[in-house]
Design a protein around this ligand. Structure first.
Ligand code: ADP
Ligand code: MG
Length: 295
């Protein structure tokens, strides 16, 4: 393509809400055949809400919300915001943790009112040799079957509650995935979330369950991209989180949600300004047209 065509292409991209790092990006955009989509914040809105609290034995709901909410208040994760906001709405105020640590892809841990508290995936509890009692295990399974994310809460060495949170698929996501398919791409859903939740989102947007890669730790997302590249695919990755930055950089084409984190936008080749996945299809169509490979 001529320099003029490239300039026109990048200019047209800007009009469509696609910010392109440089004209050379159009070449890799044209070639991609597989598109890996982060779930939370990319395919879904990422604005989660707390829907239910299931307590075990003698745990009191207000205490669960106070301890879990206090820890999650220090985290930026969409799940954490849902828990903290839900707790604040019920209790009005939350204590300040004496200690706090974020464990990427797993949850948070810290000390609140002298209690050692964990909030996160069952796997986080397992690392401390704790497991969910049967009634909470059942609540978790039911929540996940309904497409919700179940978060465990433990303190002083015992699992005490399961919290149900959920976010919604973006209205534009099903259409975006249809358009990506029309362009000949294979969409793959990639998430750290539970398999049942991931499959429910996939079903809603038209991704087959074989193309769902779930329960992936943040640092392992990049290996998934490498594995797909190893199969001879040219891989685009779309993400919004700090967690996605390495995978965005590894991908043949990294697309960052403009509504996401700065880390994702720095790592990506393209930014979808409006956080609308349909712009990913627009970008590919535009690149093909600019480089003269489309009807
Ligand atoms: P995704 O890949 O969908 O963007 P993450 O890798 O950030 O998700 O997180 C994966 C899972 O880890 C979440 O679905 C949630 O179950 C758990 N998790 C992560 N951070 C937190 C937190 N602060 N509080 C509770 N659970 C968390
Ligand atoms: Mg995300």
């Amino acid at each position: 393509a001529t320099p003029t065509a490239l300039m026109v292409g990048t200019g047209r991209g800007a009009q469509l809400g696609i910010l392109i790092k440089g004209p050379e990006v159009l070449e890799s955009t044209r070639r991609v055949d597989t598109i890996v989509l982060d779930k939370t914040g990319t395919v879904t809105t990422g604005r989660m809400t707390l829907l239910a609290v299931h307590t075990a034995g003698n745990a009191d709901e207000a205490e669960v919300l106070r301890l879990a909410g206090a820890l999650e208040h220090s985290s930026e994760h969409p799940v954490a915001r849902a828990v903290a906001d839900g707790a604040l709405a019920k209790l009005g105020a939350l204590p300040t943790p004496e200690d706090f640590a974020n464990i990427p892809g797993l949850g948070v841990q810290g000390i609140v009112d002298g209690h050692a508290v964990l909030v996160g995936r069952e796997r986080l509890l397992a690392e401390w040799a704790m497991e969910l009692p049967v009634d909470l295990e059942r609540a978790k399974a039911e929540a996940e079957a309904a497409g919700r994310t179940a978060i465990a809460v433990a303190w002083d060495g015992e699992a005490r509650a399961v919290l149900e949170v959920a976010d919604a698929v973006k209205e534009t996501s099903p259409e975006a995935i249809e358009r990506l398919r029309e362009l000949g791409l294979t969409p793959i859903l990639l998430t750290g979330d539970n398999r049942a939740v991931a499959e429910s989102v996939a079903r809603e947007v038209g991704i087959t369950s074989e193309d769902v890669i779930a329960e992936v730790l943040p640092q392992d997302k990049v290996d998934i991209v490498k594995r797909l590249q190893g199969e001879g695919r040219s891989v685009a990755m779309v993400g919004d989180g700090v967690n996605d930055a390495a995978a965005l950089a590894q991908a043949d084409l990294g697309l960052a949600m403009g509504t996401g984190t700065d880390a994702a936008m720095e790592a990506g080749d393209l930014t979808l300004a409006r956080g609308d996945l349909r712009a990913a299809a627009d970008a590919i169509r535009l690149a093909r047209r600019t480089l003269g490979t489309i009807r």
